[in-house]
Design a protein around this ligand. Structure first.
Ligand code: DGL
Length: 268
């Protein structure tokens, strides 16, 4: 098989990364995807950097073994802790979600502050702040970990009274800092967009890195002559490290389309 016809590997701590897969499918319809969701070890958000790096290495070794031509790290926490290490260790392109998200935020901001919300690990890593500062050194940045959003989204509580109260509490510092752009720095947060937008107000731009990450993937594949040709695309594959039924049930919410089959494999 020609390298360009090989699949793209996409991984996440669980099912949230399907929001990125959805966008890759939309922008790059000729590409075959192998998605790995580490459902046995989710969440990554509260775990330490070393653990997340170890998990990420195991997953990329699995994906490399499937013959992928590039890896997209759809998980913000894994990108924050492990992207540099993965890029140094793998012979294929590795694309994360933080830099594309930071770029879209800087482009979208009109001189106000940029807010970043994410898991505890992503926020503690400072990855978004570094990426934003590298592009716009003077810009004001407000950050806030919102760990309760992940279980709320997985529960399907996208607009309940409880979620609304918690969101108000989490976003209060963002409003106080008068952010004009808010980066949704976690795979799950795009599903809360309508609620977060109501709370922040229509003038605040919400940045979902999935779109920009898919565009970045297209650019990188093009620059290396790795774009697949239309006619021979294989079936997308979905692999989880645990609980295939739950993946099937919840996956649709994140992917926006039904998933027919999930394979399971154990890592580590
Ligand atoms: N996928 C994670 C992220 O984007 C959220 C879920 C988790 O904590 O593992 O940071």
């Amino acid at each position: 098989m020609k390298a360009a016809q090989a699949p793209i590997g996409v991984f996440d701590s669980g099912i949230g990364g399907l929001t990125v897969v959805r966008e890759i499918m939309r922008q790059l319809p000729d590409e075959q995807i192998i998605y790995f969701g580490d459902t046995a070890r989710v969440p990554y958000g509260p775990k330490g950097p070393e653990t997340v790096r170890r998990y990420s290495s195991e997953i990329t070794a699995f994906l490399a073994g499937q013959g992928v031509k590039a890896v997209v790290v759809a998980c913000n926490t894994a990108t924050a802790h492990a992207l540099g290490m993965l890029q140094a260790n793998l012979p294929i392109p590795v694309i994360g979600v933080v830099e594309p998200g930071a770029r879209a935020a800087v482009r979208g901001s009109h001189g106000g502050a940029i807010g970043v919300i994410g898991t505890a690990g992503t926020i503690a890593s400072g990855a978004y702040e570094r990426a934003i500062r590298a592009l716009a050194p003077e810009i004001r940045i407000a950050v806030r970990a919102c760990p309760l959003f992940v279980p709320l989204v997985e529960e399907g509580w996208l607009d309940t009274e409880a979620t609304r109260l918690i969101a108000h509490e989490y976003l209060a510092p963002m409003t106080a800092e008068r952010v004009d752009t808010l980066v949704l720095g976690c795979t799950h947060y795009p599903l809360l967009k309508p609620l977060l937008s109501q709370i922040m107000g229509p003038e605040v731009r919400l940045i979902d890195s999935a779109e920009e990450t898919a565009a970045e993937t297209a650019r990188i594949l093009d620059s290396r002559g790795l774009r697949a040709q239309a006619e021979t695309r294989g079936e997308h594959r979905f692999v989880a490290s645990d609980a295939a039924e739950q993946f099937l049930r919840m996956g649709q919410r994140f992917l926006g389309a039904a998933i027919e089959r999930v394979e399971t494999t154990t890592l580590g």
